[in-house]
Design a protein around this ligand. Structure first.
Ligand code: NAD
Ligand code: UDP
Ligand code: UDP
Length: 340
């Protein structure tokens, strides 16, 4: 026990549980990798507002300082420029591991780097979590289901993925990342959480992101035709970013490892999406057709029974409402008059 009178335990009393830095309060210390990106910055906002001490780590490949500029200077926020492919020692209680380009345009730009980020980057962050006994959450993706033969997709579906295609650096990369997370859980008793995120949109998506919602919204705002790839009959299910943040936090703070689908089951063809964007953003918007990309999944829709039952979570924001919020943010960043 502690020596009489001082009330301070000696380091030797603490044995292997000794921490590198004594904790002065019960504050939750959280590492958010990829924290300067689209989803990461909204997650940082939530955690900082809740009173956690947040370390945002990012190499700014697709993220931007402007996404977290308003947090700089807050006493419970810290920013580190670092690439997760390189090891780094940090002392935290929770790790939200988001670092990875998410748009097909970005992850295909340097596919070998994407694989390194998913494999070596995830290994490093798991090694960090293991060293400090932190809880680790991986943001995996609906892409692990590939071009799915089961519809809608439940978590026990193993997927239909091309191992040598243009998308493989991302979907196979995330599948390895999931394997690593579960092996650290089984072999080292690490507390892990695996979220399989379905297509998410909202303010702060990069203007050059290349994903379908950001493309259609900026095209409709600029008065250029919305580019529908293929015949536009392929489907996706679109989730607003605040619903995703609520789901990730519920998963991290809850008792279930997952994998857990986090998505909005509202399913739209790309032609339907174009028409909703037209309705919400610009009634004069036109559509033009472009050839589709290789291995594009034909349809995608989450079965969210597991998250509903185990986390008590479900999405709240309908596509039309989310698009309105996104339109205002994009108009401002494109330098357009909001009332247009
Ligand atoms: P994003 O590209 O906006 O954010 C990714 C962030 O990670 C960026 O800030 C980027 O600079 C950073 N990053 C990339 N490589 C890094 C590296 N090697 N080291 C450090 N930082 C690095 O994408 P997003 O939409 O915010 O996605 C966040 C996470 O969620 C990703 O892991 C993605 O795979 C996952 N996800 C997103 C969606 C979606 O629809 N947004 C769907 C499924 C999964
Ligand atoms: N690692 C890290 N930060 C840490 C602890 C580990 O980046 O605080 C890296 C470490 O460099 C290694 C990886 O995480 O490359 C896996 O670590 P682990 O201890 O699991 O494996 P080992 O070092 O034994 O290969
Ligand atoms: N897409 C489209 N027009 C665009 C960008 C994408 O029709 O300008 C299509 C794309 O072919 C795919 C769907 O929209 O079928 C979703 O693509 P995105 O890149 O947003 O995400 P993915 O789900 O493929 O990762």
């Amino acid at each position: 026990g502690a020596s009489a009178g001082s009330g301070v335990p000696k380091a030797s009393d603490l044995g292997t549980k000794v921490r590198a830095k004594p904790r002065t309060s019960s504050t939750n210390r959280v590492l958010v990798t990829g924290g300067a990106g689209f989803v990461g910055s909204h997650l940082c906002d939530f955690l900082v507002a809740r009173g956690d001490t947040v370390i945002c780590l990012d190499n700014f490949f697709t993220g931007d300082k402007s996404n977290i500029a308003h947090l700089i200077g807050k006493p419970n926020f810290e920013l580190i420029r670092h690439d997760v492919v390189e090891p780094i020692p940090l002392e935290v209680d929770q790790v939200y591991h988001l670092a990875c380009p998410a748009s097909p345009v970005h992850y295909k730009y340097n596919p070998v780097k994407t694989i390194k980020t998913n494999v070596i980057g995830t290994l490093n962050m798991l090694g960090l979590a293991k060293r400090v006994r932190a809880r680790f959450l991986l943001t995996s993706t609906s892409e692990v289901y590939g071009d799915p033969l089961q519809h809608p997709q439940t978590e026990d579906y193993w997927g239909n993925v091309n191992p040598i295609g243009e998308r493989s650096c991302y979907d196979e990369g995330k599948r390895v990342a999931e394997t690593l997370a579960f092996d650290y859980h089984r072999e080292h008793n690490l507390e892990v959480r695996v979220a399989r995120i379905f297509n998410t949109y909202g303010p702060r998506m990069a203007l050059d992101d290349g994903r379908v919602v950001s493309n259609f919204v900026s095209q409709a705002l600029m008065g250029t035709p919305m580019t529908v790839y293929g015949d536009g009959s392929q489907t996706r299910s679109f989730q607003y970013v605040s619903d995703l943040v609520a789901g990730l936090v519920a998963l991290m703070d809850g008792d279930h490892t997952g994998p857990m689908n986090i998505g909005n089951p509202g399913e739209f063809t790309m032609l339907e999406l174009a028409n909703v964007v037209k309705e919400v953003v610009n009634p004069d918007a036109k559509i033009t057709f472009r050839p589709n990309t290789a291995d594009d999944p034909g349809r995608r829709k989450p079965d969210i029974t597991r998250a509903k039952t185990l986390l008590g979570w479900e999405p709240k924001v309908a596509l039309r409402d989310g698009l309105v919020k996104m339109k205002d943010d994009f108009a401002e960043r494109l330098g357009l008059n909001k009332s247009k």
